[in-house]
Design a protein around this ligand. Sequence first.
Ligand SMILES: [Zn+2]
Length: 310
Amino acid sequence: MSVSAALPAGVHVLERGWLSSNSILLGGDARGTVLVDTGYCTHADQTAALVAQSLASNGSTLRLIVNTHLHSDHCGGNARLLELHRCPVWIPPGDYVHIENWNEARLSFQLTGQQCPRFKPTAALTPGSVLEQAGLGWEVHAAPGHDPHAILLFEPLSRTLISADALWEHGFGIVFPEIAGEPGFDEVEATLDLIERLAPAIVIPGHGPVFADATRAIAEGRQKLAFFRKNPDRHARHAAKALIVFHLLEVGQQDRNVLSDWLQRTPIHCQLHRRFYAAVANDSWTAELLQELSHAGVIAVDGDRIGIAP
Ligand SMILES: [Zn+2]
């Protein structure tokens, strides 16, 4: 039996890459389909087309969009999808006011140098509540760590977990609070403990394929967490590289000078440098990061042109 065969009826995963999160369609309900997460804005038309195709094949309409958290790769398609489907959008309560007022200083988009078209939320997706769809009750659980306000969705009959960036098959998302000097590692641990207690039979992560062996993934997550706790500078380095890769996925190839300028202007890059690697000049540190990414085969350097390795 394939992994996808174990998903509850009506659940369809649109597996994407790393620039756009996965989107999950919860169908099988006469009221319409629920869409969980909408990817990055530069992929919004592609997301819209994939969603339209799935809805058409099931003769369904979109009744609701929900976001697991408000990062640009999870809610960047909201504006486009809302334009097309005019449905409500529910988001975790922690960032509700800042999204409602589009308070850029309190949202992550400016900090990370990423884009997200403005959208209006309709209601909060509050931890402790249950999202009813197709006769199933998807429990909403707080999942802080990667993002203080993130939630995950768990359906207890099939034991299906929508984990977003709290648990991937190999690890978890950057622990953003730690970059800002706020605690996050304890929250990651508590969220991994929560997932262990939920004992999912199948996990739909925010990035990468659906997987069944949550026990193994949790163990790997704990190992990574232990390493980052001991070496917070390595977490910072990992975060800095991940942000460069995300940027190159967005822009394609870029001249080294243009990329360096962008990094010097991007608050989170400067924050990481200042807090963890201030002993090295920022441009030397940036050059080190690019060299490491190149050696790891993640990026390709062709003269002064830098891009994601083919
Ligand atoms: Zn995220």
